[in-house]
Design a protein around this ligand. Sequence first.
Ligand code: OGA
Ligand code: MN
Length: 294
Amino acid sequence: MEIKPKNPDSEFVAEVNGVDLTRPLSDDEFATIDASFKRYAVLVFPGQPLTDEQQLAFSKRFGALETAPNYAGKKLRLRNEFTDISNLDHQGRVLDPSDRLTKYNLGNQLWHTDSSFKATRSKCSLLSAREVPPSGGETQYADMRAAYDALPEERKRELDGLVAEHSIATSRKKSGFSEFNENIATQLPPVPQRLVDHYPDSGRSSLYLASHASHIIGWPVEKGRALLEELMEFATQERFVYTHDWAVGDLVVWDNRCTMHRGRPYDLAQRRVLHRTTVSDTETPFDRPTVVRA
Ligand code: OGA
Ligand code: MN
């Protein structure tokens, strides 16, 4: 297996070659991948034309999978261990741009990290490119550990201990979507998440931000919103961002605890089909959900 940084100056993205993910991996092979996943935060595996079954098998090596609730309340194309990152309807036809599902999907073009609005957040996501448009439709990743490291010391001290409230309704409101499946507010109430996490294993800290974050608990709403906006802008400066230009057969794995990502626009009349599996974070060495201190 060959693992090398994607760009000479990229601290958090590596490309992995010389491994066949369509076959079951040995424990040694997976240990090598897992070690690079921890060292970097985004792993790109080109030339892996996975079936759904093969994607599920590889994904489960990272941990227990999430299932995706039916957010938009429309018939879905993929079974519920998959999140459909495509512009297709349940029959595989290109969606009308005015469709409720298209509008829901556009929320993925805001900077976010997957499932920060769930009480058990996500460890990582795996996204497999099945069809790509001729141009546009890249996915960008931001390095939230590098962003944290770059904050002035005084700022770091101010952020320590702060807790943000995250909900799926917050991000979808920002992208203009309000017609949720009526059960979603009860199934997925807002959750508290620490703004900064410290990882004793790696000795690093990370910002934990997302379009799903609405305000800081215990602060006036506007003040918290302004802080979140300022941090989102800081953390997504070009120097912290990697842009992935998809080829069919790419599989990208990213750590949701220390990166953000967003999809880039493309011509919605062209097919763009990626299948995502999402692994739950059952590992972070402190209690989840976050306990809010009085
Ligand atoms: C995702 C995601 C955006 C995109 O896969 O979780 O947000 O369109 N993708 O690539
Ligand atoms: Mn996402």
